[in-house]
Design a protein around this ligand. Sequence first.
Ligand SMILES: Cc1cc2nc3c(=O)[nH]c(=O)nc-3n(C[C@H](O)[C@H](O)[C@H](O)COP(=O)(O)OP(=O)(O)OC[C@H]3O[C@@H](n4cnc5c(N)ncnc54)[C@H](O)[C@@H]3O)c2cc1C
Length: 305
Amino acid sequence: MNRIYTQVLIIGAGPAGCATAIQLKRSGINSLLFEKDHVGGLAINANLIENYLGFPKGINGKDFVKLLDNHLSNLEIRLIREEIINISWNSEKELFYANSKLNYYKSDYLIDASGTIPKKLSIKNEKKLEELEYIYYEPSKLNREKIKNKKIAIIGAGDAAFDHALQLVKYVSEITIINRKSRFSCLPLLLNRVKSKSNKIKIINNKYIVSFEIIKNQNRSYIEIEFTDNSKFKCDIILIAIGRVVNDSLIKKLEIERKELKKLYQIGDVKNGYYRQISIASADGIKCAMKIAADCKINSDSNMF
Ligand SMILES: Cc1cc2nc3c(=O)[nH]c(=O)nc-3n(C[C@H](O)[C@H](O)[C@H](O)COP(=O)(O)OP(=O)(O)OC[C@H]3O[C@@H](n4cnc5c(N)ncnc54)[C@H](O)[C@@H]3O)c2cc1C
C-alpha cells in the first residue's frame, strides 16, 4: 500500500492545529493539516470573542474562523479535508501511520489537535432526538431559517450556554436556559447580558431532567421535557451545553514506548483541561512547531557528520 509521506501530520484545524501548521511553514518544515469538518474548530460557535488580542471590538466566531481559513490559504498550507480514523506507530520504521477513509499517510511527527466533543446528558431518547434534529450540541449546526420564531431550550448554565443564548436570541421567539442548580457557572458579564434580555431569554433553576418526548399533533410537533418534580416544559428545539470532554478516541489507539513519545504532541483543548481558550491553543501550536523545528535542526546537523 502506498502511503503519502509528510514530516508532520496534524489532526484538527482548530486554532491549535492552524497555529502549528503556520509556524512549521515558517520553519520550512512540511506538514499536512487534516480537518473533518471546518477550519477554525469550536470557535465557530462563539457569539463574541473578546479576549483574543488584536480585535478591540471583539469578533464573532464565524468571522474569526473565516479569517483562519484565509490565513491558511494565503500561506498555501496543505489542508486536507478528511477525517483521520486510525493512527499507529511503526517502531521498526520510526514512523507514524494514519489513514482516512480515502488515503493512507505516514509521518515523522504526529500532532493531536483534535479538541473536544460535547458531553451528553445520557437520557433515554437523547440519541434519537439528535438524529431527528430536535437536539443539538453546537449552535453553528442550527439552520437559522429553521429556528426562526421557534422556542429553544438551552440546557446548562456555564459560559457556553449563556453565550449560545446571546447568539440565538435574535433569531428565535423565546429562549429558556434550564439550570439544574440555583447558581450559575458562567462569567458575570455573560449573566448580566442575558439578564438584560429578560423579555426573550428566561432562566429556570433547580430543574433535573428525567425524560424527553416528542409530542406530535395535527399542526406541529414539539418536545416535552419532564423534570424530577414531575413538572413539564414544551419547546421546539433543545441545545445541550453541559460541558465538553476530550476527544481521545484516536490517541488511545497508540501504545508506544516513552522514547518515541517525543515525536507525538497533544496540543490545545484536547489537553488543556479547564484552560480552554483560543490564545492558549494557538500558543501551544506555535510552541510545538518550534520544538519540532529545533528537533529537526539537531537531527539534520548530526546527519552532517
Ligand atoms: C460557545 C463558545 C464560545 C467560546 N468563546 C471563546 C472566547 O471568547 N475566547 C476564547 O479564547 N475561546 C473561546 N472558546 C473556546 C475556543 O473555541 C477553544 O478553546 C478553541 O477552539 C480550541 O482550539 P483547538 O484547536 O484546541 O480545538 P478545536 O477548536 O476543538 O479544534 C479541533 C478540530 O479538530 C477537528 N478534528 C477532530 N478530530 C479529527 C479527526 N479525527 N480528523 C480530522 N479532524 C478532526 C475538529 O473538527 C475541530 O475542527 C469558546 C468555545 C465555545 C464552545
